[in-house]
Design a protein around this ligand. Structure first.
Ligand SMILES: Cc1cc2nc3c(=O)[nH]c(=O)nc-3n(C[C@H](O)[C@H](O)[C@H](O)COP(=O)(O)OP(=O)(O)OC[C@H]3O[C@@H](n4cnc5c(N)ncnc54)[C@H](O)[C@@H]3O)c2cc1C
Length: 386
């Protein structure tokens, strides 16, 4: 039985990038995915500047830009009054990165792109329909079992998502909590930019209900919008997904009657959790398997890709310092992804009118001051924590 250098579990965006980065550095790689195809439900699209730098190193950037939308700025709005509070412009980061913008490209496009590259490499193999059912290890190697086969590797990267079978098989706790509300994503062709003058990435605050509005290219590249809402805590899934409630939500973000058709609905549970450890022996956790967070700010996947990139660089070393991965990446996730996304959520949902007014004023002053504007973006783009 061939022994691989690295087995990656999970062909989501993080696992495929990890596998490609390892393969491009000359390691023998096997990628195992439970499903027969990449999941294309509407999740991440916002790709931050340091992630674009990694995609450039991997030779994916031209294709990635071609199937996405470049968003130079993002805006904060008060939803009730439809008043623009502040706008942040990534051009302020032009001395810090070759990519002073974000790209809105759906995450399944990245995973499919990386799989296609892996399939053309002699030192890489991709197996779909291969759910990993067990992991055993000793000091020398790791044994990975699927329903029909057994594989051996020097190292394993568990990138099998929030419910990670790898994390569970290692007995690693997933510390944190789940928010009581869920997030509803409504995908629509309604053109919010033309209708209300917003940009491609918008955060609309509201004390009872807030909305984030993003434009993505879609598979047909014709463009569509995703409107993300919080549900009420006492709202059942059936109610949130009902046609009546969806159209009522669209009406509250200024979609006129007659234009409230939608293409897709998705309802997500939202968590803030970090694995107690990012490694056990020769097995590493990466991406959502290691941490999950609310999606406000577009950070979770980006952080996962940064981890994948660091792991690939580590594992190609002759005598890797295995502890360094957890030592660096776990605190970075807590400080820059968990703290930031919790603050982002609080800013959107603030209920106290005086406190809300203070938060709006602070955002406005930050955007108006060039130094603070840049510092805000350095953190929000993960350039401070890559
Ligand atoms: C509404 C929403 C919007 C978001 N927006 C953003 C954003 O704009 N920017 C951002 O950075 N993040 C965003 N996120 C978060 C982002 O979607 C996740 O962080 C991302 O999917 C993590 O990728 P992953 O590859 O780690 O895990 P996943 O995408 O969950 O992939 C895991 C893969 O592992 C496979 N798998 C599972 N178990 C096994 C097994 N036993 N054996 C083999 N394979 C297995 C699964 O089938 C899947 O293909 C958003 C999330 C949501 C819900």
């Amino acid at each position: 039985m061939q022994r691989r250098n690295v087995i990656v579990v999970g062909a989501g965006p993080v696992g495929t990038v990890a596998a490609l980065a390892c393969a491009r550095s000359g390691l023998d790689v096997l990628l195992l995915e439970k499903e027969s195809r990449v999941d294309d439900s509407p999740r991440a699209s916002t790709t931050q500047p340091p992630t674009l730098e990694i995609l450039a190193e991997l030779g994916l950037i031209d294709e990635y830009l071609r199937v996405g939308l470049i968003a130079r700025s993002f805006q904060f709005w008060d939803r009730a009054s439809l008043k623009l509070i502040a706008e942040f412009d990534f051009e302020r980061l032009k001395d810090e990165t070759a990519y002073p913008f974000v790209v809105q490209t759906e995450q399944h496009k990245l995973a499919n792109m990386a799989i296609e590259r892996l399939r053309g490499m002699a030192n890489a193999e991709v197996r779909m329909d291969a759910p990993v059912t067990g992991i055993e290890q000793d000091e020398d190697r790791v044994k990975v079992s699927t329903a029909s086969s057994v594989f051996f590797a020097d190292y394993v990267i568990g990138a099998d998502g929030g419910r990670s079978a790898v994390r569970k098989s290692l007995g690693i706790e997933f510390e944190g909590y789940t928010w009581p509300e869920r997030f509803l994503v409504i995908t629509t062709k309604f053109d919010f930019q033309a209708a209300i003058g917003c940009c491609l990435r918008n955060y609309m605050a509201g004390p009872h209900e807030w909305t984030n509005l993003f434009k993505v290219a879609g598979d047909d590249l014709k463009g569509r919008w995703r409107a993300v809402f919080n549900t009420r805590e006492d709202e059942s899934d059936d109610e949130a997904l009902s046609d009546r409630a969806v159209k009522a939500r669209l009406s509250r973000i200024y979609v006129p009657e007659g234009s409230r058709d939608y293409l897709h609905l998705n309802l997500y549970a939202v968590h803030q959790r970090v694995a107690k450890s990012f490694r056990k022996g020769r097995v590493f956790l990466c991406g959502d398997a290691a941490h999950v967070n609310n999606p406000i700010g577009g950070l979770g996947l980006n952080a996962g890709i940064h981890e994948a990139w660091h792991l690939a660089a580590l594992l190609k070393e002759r005598t890797p310092d295995l502890d360094s991965y957890e030592r660096h990446r776990r605190p970075l996730n807590i400080k820059y992804v968990q703290e930031q996304t919790i603050a982002n959520k609080k800013r959107l949902e603030e209920k106290d009118p005086a406190q809300r007014a203070r938060r709006f004023q602070e955002l406005k002053e930050t955007a108006d001051d060039p130094k603070r504007h840049k510092a805000f973006l350095m953190r929000a783009s993960l350039l401070l924590s890559q």
